[in-house]
Structure formats: C-alpha cells, structure tokens
Design a protein around this ligand. Structure first.
Ligand SMILES: NC(=O)c1ccc[n+]([C@@H]2O[C@H](COP(=O)([O-])OP(=O)(O)OC[C@H]3O[C@@H](n4cnc5c(N)ncnc54)[C@H](OP(=O)(O)O)[C@@H]3O)[C@@H](O)[C@H]2O)c1
Length: 289
C-alpha cells in the first residue's frame, strides 16, 4: 500500500508520518513539491507516484487572514481539493480529506452530527465547505473527516502560543464563551491510519478528542500541566474574558463540539479526553527540546 500525504510542513502531515503503521510506503510532499492549486502538477505527481491512497492534509488554515485573502483561501481549500479529487478519480485512488468544525455556525447547543446543516460564518469555513462539496460531487467514495482546535508539538498552534505568552506576560485574558474540543493531531493521525486500513470506509465523519472546553479552560490546563512538567516556572493569573473583548477579523462559532460516534464505531477507536491528550503532547514537546 502506497500512501501520498499532501501538506508535509503542517501539523497533521507531520503526525501522520510520525505514526506511520508498518506495511505502508509513504510519500509526504510539501507545497513546493506538490502545490495542490496547480492542476497539471497534481495530475503529474499522482501519475508519477501512483499511490493507492491520498491523504490531503494541505489547507489554507489562516482563519483571520482568509477574511482579506479570500481568493487564496478558495484557491487552496476549494480548487486545490477539487483538482486532487479529479486526479484521484482519474487514477482510481482512494482520497481521505480533512475538513473543519467551522463549516457550522455554532448556534447549536448539542454536538453537531455529520448530517447537520452547514452554515459557515467565516471565509475559511466557507472555503473548506466548498472543497468538501467538490469532493462529494466528484468522488462519492472519498472519506472526509471534520476536526477542530488542532495542535501538535510540530507547527504553530494555541498550545505553543500559550506556552510562549505564559513565559513572557504578567497575566492573560482568554475567551470563555467559545467552546469546542481541543484535538491532538496525533490522535487524528491514528484514526486516519486506522481507517486507511479499512478500505470500505467512506463518507463524512467527525473526529476530535473527547470532552468539552472553552479557550479559557484549555489555557488553564496548559498552564497547570506545563508547570507540573517543569516547562513553565510560575503560574500567571489567567482571567476569563468574553469573545467581544478579543475582536478578531474572522467570526468564530460559539459552540464547536462535534459528535464522534460514527467515527468511533467504524474505526473501533475510542476518543481520548482532551486533557490526557494535551499531557501527551506536552511530553512530546518536552522530548524535542
Ligand atoms: N489547525 C486547526 O485548528 C484545524 C481545525 C480544524 C480543521 N483543520 C484542518 O485540518 C487539516 C490539517 O491542518 P493543520 O493544522 O495540519 O494545518 P497546517 O499546520 O496549517 O498545515 C497546512 C499545510 O498545508 C500546506 N499548504 C498550504 N497551501 C498549499 C498548497 N497550495 N499546496 C500544498 N500544500 C499547501 C502548508 O504548506 P506551506 O506552509 O508550505 O504553505 C502547510 O504545510 C486541514 O485540512 C485543516 O483545514 C485544522
């Protein structure tokens, strides 16, 4: 089995290569080797490598920048994904693609089901949804997994930003009225490898870690665990602030919890609580230094 992974420089692609199961040959390509917005290149690279499976971990993920960089966001998240889907169809390749909780508006108060109505409230979410629809239209047997609040020891994310700010600042104010589930990219990578090994699995799934948190809860846990592990020296005061006091160019859903049951049952894997996953990621980060 040969698997080609796009978006090599990113968090998820890195975790996928770290967690590669035995018996797989894996080619991971960065945006220089495989710019998914270049249709001819996509077609040539897939024809050259002849993978059985493509995992698309490439995306335009700059949520705030996307508001003023709409063309680029759509070019990667819609056109690039459409080009991948078409090339996979032409070469009979199975496609696994990663999408986002930001396809929802966050107005629900119970976990979003895979069949719930989408209604993105920012450009990033709308561009990702356009990519998902392009796949569903051209490659109905593809697999699309929506995830949320992703972090890893590799790359830039909320956990690493918090660790830096907690070492630099005397205090922090963190948003308490947006809730979701932090997701260690390694857990998502394990789920993806599990379903790679189940060729009959296709369609739309949701995967995050287990539990619910606000950004404030997440920040408090990061500080507590980092102090416990000797990664921060002292605790700084963290206050809970409303999102209205932290304006950002892109609107974000207030409620981003997604239901993972179908992803758990097809894979046989259980989601792990986000705090336990955070602890593992911090261990991983500590090992790297
Ligand atoms: N991060 C989150 O919180 C989050 C939440 C929900 C869903 N997701 C989804 O999860 C997936 C993985 O996210 P991530 O956090 O691993 O993202 P990431 O760390 O931002 O990595 C994205 C990768 O995509 C690459 N890329 C961008 N444009 C490209 C292009 N035209 N051709 C090829 N590669 C390109 C980037 O390469 P360059 O750096 O070279 O541009 C980068 O390496 C994405 O589909 C994302 O939408 C992420």
């Amino acid at each position: 089995m040969k698997v080609l992974i796009t978006g090599k420089g990113g968090q998820l692609a890195w975790e996928l290569t770290q967690n590669l199961p035995s018996g797989f040959e894996c080619v991971s390509l960065n945006s220089q080797d495989l710019d998914i917005t270049n249709q001819e290149l996509v077609s040539n690279v897939l024809a050259q490598h002849k993978p059985n499976i493509v995992i698309n971990a490439a995306a335009y993920t700059a949520v705030d920048k996307a508001e003023t960089d709409q063309d680029k966001a759509y070019s990667v998240n819609h056109d690039g994904v459409r080009f991948l889907a078409l090339a996979c169809k032409q070469n009979n390749i199975r496609l696994l693609h990663v999408s986002t909780d930001f396809v929802f508006d966050g107005n629900k108060t119970t976990p979003y089901q895979v069949c719930d109505k989408t209604n993105p409230i920012n450009v990033y979410g709308a561009s990702k949804l356009a990519g998902d629809i392009a796949i569903m239209n051209s490659l109905p047997h593809a697999l699309i997994v929506r995830t949320a609040w992703v972090y890893s020891a590799h790359g830039n994310n909320f956990v690493k930003t918090m660790l830096r700010l907690m070492a630099e600042k005397p205090s922090l104010g963190i948003v308490y009225d947006q809730v979701g589930t932090p997701t260690w990219a390694a857990g998502l990578a394990k789920w993806l490898w599990e379903v790679v090994q189940k060729p009959h699995v296709s369609g739309l799934f949701h995967w995050t870690d287990a539990g619910v948190a606000s950004w404030y809860d997440f920040a408090v846990a990061i500080q507590e665990l980092a102090i416990e592990k000797g990664m921060l020296e002292t605790a700084i005061p963290i206050s809970a602030i409303p999102a209205s006091q932290y304006p950002t160019p892109a609107k974000r859903p207030n409620f981003s919890v997604i239901d993972k049951q179908s992803a758990e049952s097809v894979s046989g894997l259980q989601t792990v609580h986000w705090r336990e996953q955070l602890s593992s990621m911090l261990d991983n980060l500590k090992d790297q230094h």
